[in-house]
Design a protein around this ligand. Structure first.
Ligand code: HEC
Length: 121
């Protein structure tokens, strides 16, 4: 029994940024929840703005890696309209992002945010 929990702990600890992303962010930011069909065009429907767009825009809106990382860390724990850099349009279309407060440790979020900055997700 002890062996099992030790193993689990090391697996959790070793999670890469992209695994963290797949589990905690992709369900809203990458996966489609449906599609609109108009004529011959099919438009994917997401629950949140597409992750690659969010990263691209936030990189343009922050000065450097440190600012990008600290924005992500703050926003995912406590999103707000006032803080939003991605834009109010997304909040209007999708609603405010639910707070992930406590879901990820500080170290995990740092790793994840740096991997987003490096486009590794
Ligand atoms: C339950 C769905 C959901 C999950 C899970 C989720 N997000 Fe979001 N996220 C949203 C929605 C909706 C928005 C658009 C509204 C907004 O900006 O608050 C958003 C916006 C954002 C933004 C743009 C903030 C801005 O400037 O407005 C960032 C950055 C972000 N998410 C990062 C993440 C990261 C990183 C994760 C995983 C750790 C994550 N999100 C998980 C729904 C989600």
């Amino acid at each position: 029994m002890l062996m099992v929990s030790l193993l689990t702990a090391s697996v959790v600890y070793a999670q890469s940024g992209s695994e963290l992303f797949q589990k905690n962010c992709a369900p809203c930011h990458m996966e489609t929840v449906g599609a609109y069909e108009t004529g011959d065009t099919i438009t994917n429907v997401y629950q949140a703005p597409y992750a690659k767009d969010v990263v691209k825009k936030l990189k343009a809106k922050t000065k450097n890696r440190a600012e990008f990382v600290s924005f992500i860390k703050d926003y995912i724990n406590m999103p707000s309209k006032r803080k939003s850099l991605y834009g109010r349009r997304a909040i209007k279309d999708f609603g405010l992002m639910p707070a992930l407060n406590g879901v990820l440790t500080d170290a995990q979020i740092t790793k994840l945010a740096n991997d987003l900055y490096d486009n590794k997700y």
